[in-house]
Design a protein around this ligand. Structure first.
Ligand code: GDP
Length: 424
């Protein structure tokens, strides 16, 4: 079996965690290659229901090694809290099944603080950050103003590096934002606390992966968020600060020679979006409330109600293209079972013209959705696992999307549980 990447096609929250949890059975290694503790992957299995933030979703499978690659925002505090939460629920977690790249940069405690300060400064123009420090972290990473996880093994050099960073960061905190400065004492506390706790998991994951590949092991790359949140290809500035697309997987995972042959794009059967920014297909009022309730669309990390809408063909087709998806997993089809008529955003109207193309970010806010309807199936499909047993109208809905986005839909998910899946 070849390597595979599981990625989000839209705005995130498509159900990637659920697909990784299902498919890890066939893989030896699962790697998170970008993003940080701002993710919220929900997984339901024999251990219970979990909202994972930083841990790879393969953590529940025996014999799967989970890796946090060099591309992630390695937040020791978030990670340690999550390790404890997962362990308390009976999941064994040791340096044998969880490894942190020594080349992953550490999210410093001041990054979270800076995120909040900047969103407060932006006031009604805020980006809708989850305030987990992700944007300040990545800016500092690219300025080479943060610490590599492996530096924890060189305490003397680390102390001197931290003193330099502290001096520089305090200029921003105090002079730009008028906030309190950080102190070396507070940093020492952080080092002795969270950093010491995660230290046993840090190793040379690049070497581990090269050896694993030489032994023929298979890798599953797990992305966070979706195409439209990609730093380069998404809806700037309402993106995340890392690359969510599959082609970043080899860089962010620690195995640059990897070429995942299969790229499974996860698409929800309708649209949801967390935070600010243009969301062309957005529904409002009672229609939106009903869909939000039916789908339980509240943020896994923040509890924020998600914005909802019909499936957006224009955005989804674009998402499939930038991910170079080879197969699609369509999730939450069961949620649409209550609808008599199913709305679909088939095109956009932009500056008086109809278009199939996803607009440039500056124009996106001016786009209007063109909505068409298909007949619903109005029956419970959540126990169906055979394509031929799916009501005809549900099949037609899936086939319509498949044709419009130009990619095979190989998985149709009809429930949150591991086995609620139709494989085509
Ligand atoms: P992720 O960040 O892409 O992993 O997505 P989230 O975890 O934020 O959102 C997916 C949510 O939908 C989770 O609560 C899943 O348990 C749930 N889910 C996933 N697939 C299905 C499905 O096919 N049907 C239903 N009803 N729920 C699903």
């Amino acid at each position: 079996m070849s390597d595979c990447a599981i990625v989000g096609i839209n705005w995130g929250d498509e159900g990637k965690g659920r697909m990784v949890d299902l498919l890890t059975e066939n893989y030896d290694i699962v790697i998170r290659y970008q993003g940080g503790g701002n993710a919220g992957h929900t997984v339901i299995n024999e251990y219970g229901k979990f909202a994972l933030h930083l841990l790879p979703s393969g953590i529940f499978r025996k014999n799967v090694v989970n890796i946090l690659g060099n591309g992630v925002a390695m937040d020791p505090e978030n990670l340690w809290n999550e390790i404890e939460y997962v362990r308390e629920n009976g999941v064994p977690l040791t340096p044998d099944n969880l490894k942190i790249s020594d080349r992953a940069s550490l999210l410093m405690p001041w990054h979270r603080e800076l995120d909040g300060l900047e969103e407060a400064r932006l006031a009604d123009k805020k980006y809708g950050s989850t305030r987990q420090g992700i944007a300040p972290f990545y800016s500092d990473k690219y300025q080479k103003k943060t610490v590599l996880a492996g530096e924890l093994f060189y305490p003397e050099k680390l102390r001197s590096h931290l003193a330099d960073l502290l001096e520089w960061k305090n200029l921003t905190l105090t002079k730009v934002y008028g906030a309190e400065p950080w102190t070396m004492e507070k940093l020492e506390e952080w080092l002795a606390g969270y950093c010491e706790k995660i230290k046993p998991f840090i190793c040379d994951t690049g070497k581990f992966l090269r050896n694993a590949k030489a032994q023929g092991k298979n890798i599953l790359f797990e992305a966070q968020l979706g195409s439209l949140r990609d730093l380069d290809y998404g809806i700037c500035p309402y993106t995340t600060s890392s690359n969510t697309i599959a082609s970043y997987a080899p860089v962010g995972s620690g195995i640059p020679s990897a070429r995942p042959e299969e790229i499974i794009g996860v698409v929800k059967a309708y649209s949801t979006c967390v935070g600010e920014g243009p969301f062309t297909c957005e529904m409002f009022g009672e229609e939106a409330d009903k869909l939000r309730e039916a789908g339980g669309e509240y943020g896994a990390k923040t509890g924020r109600p998600r914005r909802v809408g019909p499936i957006d063909i224009v955005a989804t087709r674009y998402g499939v293209q930038v991910q170079a998806a080879t197969n699609i997993a369509l999730t939450k089809l069961d949620i649409l079972s209550y609808m008599k008529k199913i709305p679909i955003c088939t095109r956009y109207k932009l500056y008086g013209e109809l278009t199939d193309d996803f607009p440039f970010p500056s124009a996106l806010a001016d786009a209007e959705p063109v909505i068409e309807y298909m007949d619903g199936w109005e029956t419970d499909i959540s126990k169906i696992t055979d394509w031929n047993e799916l009501p005809e109208n549900a099949q037609k809905y899936v086939e319509f999307i498949e044709k419009e986005i130009g990619c095979h839909i190989g998985y149709v998910s009809v429930g949150p549980e591991r086995d609620s899946i139709i494989i085509r």
